[in-house]
Design a protein around this ligand. Structure first.
Ligand code: FMN
Length: 370
C-alpha cells in the first residue's frame, strides 16, 4: 500500500507527486551577475529526477539593494527569464514542480551601503547599520516583488514563494524587534503587516488568480520582543482571506543564536530529531484552511509520516538533508527507511562562501564518520 506521503497533493494549480518539498536553499551556484548556470539547472533537474514533490528555489533578489550575497540568483531584470525557462523545462520533463522564492534581504543585504530595513540596525557588529527605508523606497520594493513574480510566470515556474521569514526585509517589518517605525508601516501588528500585505497584493495582481502564491514566514523570532506565534496566526489568516495558496512555517532570526536560528545546530552531538516548529504548527493548523508546509529538523520518514498522518501539516519540507542526499526521497520510497544522513552541522554553508556552491563536505570526504 502506498503511504499517504507518496500520494499527490494540490496547491492551487500545482499538483505535486508526493508530500515532500525541497525548502528554499541558497545554492550559491548563479554566476556573478545572478544568472542561472548549467550547474544550477542540473541541481534542479537532479532534485526532480529524485522525486522531490515540490522544489522551492534558493532565494532570488528582487532588486539590487536587496541582494544578500555573491552567487545568489537574480529575479531583478528581464534578462533572467530565458535561462529560467531551461531550468523549469528540465524539472517539468521529470515530473517535478518548481516555485521561485522571491526575497529582499533588507538590513541583512550584502552591500551595507545600499541596505535598507524598517529602521536602522546593524546586521553584524562589523557592518555599518542599514538605513530606514523611505516610503518611496518601500513602494519601489513592492513593485520589484511584483515584476519579479511576473517574470517567474514567464519563466515557466509553477508559482512563487514570498520570503517573509528569517530576518529578511518583510520579516524585519513584521517584527517589533527590528521595526521601530512610527509611520503607517510600524507600531501596531496591522501596520507592521502592511508591507507584506502590499507585496502580496501587488504580486497577486501581477500573476493573476490562477498562479500559486506561497509564503514562508516565521512562526516566531525566538528573541525577546520579537514576532510571536499569535501574530503569525493573524498574518496567515489575513493573507488566507486575500487568496494566498500555502504557508511554509519556519522560525528564527540571526540574533536568536545558533540553536534558535532558522538553520539550528543541535543542542548536542547526536541529539534526537526535533521538529522545530511543531507546537506552532499545531496552533496554526486548527485556525487555517490553506495548505501548511512545515520545515525544520525533520530527519526520518517516520516523523514525516506522523506529521502528515496527524494533520499537523500537509507537506514536509527539507533543506539540509537534501544537500547531503539529493536522492533521499527515492531511497525512502523504494529502498529503506534509515534516517537522513545529514547530521545538521551546517558545513554545507562553507563551500558557498568560497564560491564553490553548496554541497555536504562530509559526504564528499572519504571519511564519512567525521
Ligand atoms: C545552505 C542553506 C541555504 C539556505 N537558503 C535559504 C533560502 O534561500 N531561503 C530560505 O527561505 N531558507 C533558506 N535556508 C533555510 C532552509 O530552507 C530551512 O528553513 C532550514 O535549513 C531548516 O530546515 P532543515 O532542518 O531541513 O535544514 C537555507 C538553509 C541552508 C542550510
Amino acid at each position: 500500500m502506498e503511504l499517504p506521503l507518496f500520494e499527490s497533493f494540490e496547491i492551487g494549480t500545482i499538483v505535486t507527486r508526493n508530500r515532500f518539498v525541497r525548502s528554499a536553499t541558497h545554492e550559491g551556484l548563479a554566476d556573478p551577475a545572478g544568472f542561472y548556470t548549467p550547474e544550477l539547472v542540473r541541481t534542479y533537474a537532479e532534485l526532480a529526477e529524485n522525486e522531490v514533490g515540490l522544489i522551492i528555489t534558493g532565494h532570488t533578489f528582487v532588486s539590487e539593494e536587496g541582494r544578500a550575497s555573491r552567487f545568489q540568483a537574480s529575479a531583478a531584470g528581464d534578462g533572467v527569464v530565458e535561462l529560467w525557462k531551461i531550468a523549469t523545462e528540465q524539472v517539468h520533463r521529470r515530473g517535478g514542480s518548481i516555485v521561485l522564492q522571491l526575497a529582499h534581504a533588507g538590513g541583512c543585504a550584502g552591500d551595507p551601503e545600499q541596505a535598507v530595513g524598517p529602521s536602522e540596525f546593524r546586521s553584524s557588529p562589523k557592518k555599518n547599520p542599514c538605513r530606514s527605508a523611505s516610503r518611496g523606497e518601500i513602494q519601489k520594493i513592492v513593485e520589484a516583488f511584483a515584476s519579479a513574480a511576473r517574470r517567474a510566470r514567464q519563466g515557466g515556474f509553477d508559482g512563487v514563494q514570498i520570503h517573509a521569514a528569517h530576518g529578511y526585509l518583510i520579516s524585519e517589518f513584521l517584527s517589533p524587534f527590528y521595526n521601530r517605525r512610527t509611520d503607517e508601516y510600524g507600531g501596531s501588528p496591522e501596520n507592521r503587516m502592511r508591507l507584506l500585505r502590499e507585496v502580496y497584493l501587488a504580486v497577486r495582481n501581477a500573476v493573476g488568480r490562477d498562479f500559486p502564491v506561497l509564503m514562508k514566514i516565521n512562526s516566531e523570532d525566538f528573541v525577546e520582543g520579537g514576532f510571536s506565534v499569535k501574530e503569525c496566526a493573524e498574518v496567515c489568516l489575513t493573507l488566507e482571506r486575500l487568496g494566498l495558496n500555502a504557508v511554509e512555517l519556519s522560525g528564527g532570526i540571526p540574533e536568536a543564536g545558533p540553536r534558535r536560528s532558522p538553520v539550528r545546530l543541535p543542542e548536542k552531538n547526536g541529539a534526537e530529531e526535533t521538529v522545530y516548529y511543531e507546537s506552532a504548527a499545531s496552533q496554526l493548523k486548527s485556525k487555517l484552511h490553506l495548505p501548511l508546509l512545515l520545515v525544520g529538523g525533520v530527519r526520518s520518514i517516520g516523523t514525516a509520516e506522523r506529521l502528515v498522518g496527524s494533520s499537523l501539516c500537509d507537506m514536509v519540507s527539507l533543506s539540509r538533508p537534501l544537500i547531503r542526499e539529493p536522492g533521499l526521497l527515492r531511497r525512502w520510497h523504494y529502498e529503506d527507511d534509515f534516517p537522513a544522513k545529514c547530521v545538521t552541522c551546517n558545513a554545507c554553508f562553507r563551500p558557498i562562501l568560497t564560491g564553490r556552491g553548496f554541497y555536504c563536505p562530509r559526504e564528499r570526504s572519504s571519511d564519512c564518520s567525521k
